[in-house]
Write a protein that binds this ligand. Structure first.
Ligand SMILES: [Zn+2]
Length: 143
């Protein structure tokens, strides 16, 4: 039960925080300590254009996550093309499917986009919860 609530509160925290990440400049700002700068394909600018934000941790300094579909990629090489790497993954990303720039969306288009994003976050949270429940169930059966 506790894990369930933790998962839900993390999902809603990210759902709210990542809303600012529709803005390209805000996404670029997350790449302050990104290991690939300058003469390569996956610069902070190209990463941000492809929807990524930088989410490093102690062991993996190059973890990038799409703010919209939440796909996480690591192990980047200088010649990786962020847009290509993102489209290669079967995430059905609503951000990648945008046919116009975010600022040109109508209110209705933005609403639909946000519904899509909400659905993605809920699916992701429920997957985490299912895993927790299964682990707990397994632990219980072993007793
Ligand atoms: Zn995405």
């Amino acid at each position: 039960m506790e894990a369930f609530l933790k998962e839900l509160s993390l999902a809603s925290k990210h759902l709210i925080e990542f809303r600012d990440m529709y803005d390209y400049a805000n996404r670029v700002k997350t790449f302050k300590t990104w290991p690939f700068m300058g003469n390569c394909k996956c610069t902070p600018e190209t990463m941000a254009k492809a929807g990524f934000i930088h989410c490093p941790n102690e062991n993996e300094p190059d973890v990038a996550k799409c703010f919209f579909c939440l796909i996480e990629l690591e192990g980047w090489e200088p010649n990786d093309d962020p847009w290509l790497e993102h489209t290669k993954r079967p995430s059905n990303c609503g951000f990648l499917s945008l046919t116009k720039s975010f600022d040109d969306l109508t209110v209705e288009e933005y609403y639909l986009l946000e519904m899509d994003r909400l659905r993605t976050f809920l699916v992701r949270a429920s997957m985490g919860i299912q895993k927790e429940i299964q682990e707990e169930y397994k632990g219980y059966k072993k007793r």
